[in-house]
Design a protein. Structure first.
Length: 222
């Protein structure tokens, strides 16, 4: 019986290895870049390109060169600039959906001992059995947090698609709660990112030194 088979029949998934597959590492870092880019577009439009200040800036700058715009013209121009940034937000959204589908495929068709659902089930059984209960509880919380993050991404992807196509589908245009759910999901993502960074920092300082480098090079024997 192979180590993976033994792990599948045991309540404890903890091994002497901390290995991250190339597909998981690709997803992790690509997802980090895409989410950062998506959040950056939101930040830009809600600060630097915010409605009235941008409109006033355009009018003031053009006046210096001898060009005068009406409020309606300046408003139209500022909306156009903001729409360009939102276009990039949509592109990042499409990339996020592609990465999410990639991660779900890896979960269903990847190595058994690398599946998140299997790890959650194994740590839950270990916790119930009382074996290494403290460690199992911590790992179960962390893995459940990751699962919740994937669910949030799914909600964000679905609501984002609804917002993109709401002008083409009248029924979606009337569902104003979709935008609220999408925006609320963004705050949940920010909360997860904060918890994730803090958790990784603490793990590096305590019981899992080298976890960041392992996510880069794949890890190995410990």
């Amino acid at each position: 019986m192979t180590p993976s088979e033994k792990a599948g029949t045991s309540a404890a998934p903890i091994t002497e290895k901390r290995v991250y597959t190339s597909s998981l590492r690709f997803w992790h870092w690509a997802n980090a870049l895409v989410i950062t880019g998506s959040l950056f577009t939101v930040l830009i439009n809600s600060t630097v390109l915010k409605g009235w200040p941008l409109q006033q800036f355009i009018q003031d700058e053009l006046k210096k060169s001898g060009t005068t715009l009406s409020e309606d013209q300046a408003r139209s121009l500022s909306h156009g600039i903001r729409d360009q940034v939102w276009d990039y937000h949509v592109y990042f959204g499409y990339a996020l959906i592609a990465l999410l589908l990639f991660r779900l495929a890896a979960e269903f068709f990847g190595l058994t001992d690398q599946k998140l659902t299997r790890k959650i089930a194994a740590y839950y059984q270990q916790y119930k059995s009382g074996q290494n209960k403290l460690v199992a509880r911590g790992e179960l919380f962390a893995k459940s947090l990751y699962a919740s993050f994937y669910l949030i991404l799914i909600v964000m992807a679905i609501t984002g698609l609804c917002l993109v196509f709401e002008d083409d589908i009248p029924a979606l245009h009337k569902m104003h709660f979709i935008r609220e759910i999408h925006e609320f999901s963004m705050y949940l993502v920010l909360a997860f990112i904060t918890l994730h960074i803090v958790g990784v920092f603490l793990a590096e300082r305590k019981d899992k030194p080298g976890i960041v480098s392992d996510m880069i090079n794949g890890g190995g024997e410990k």
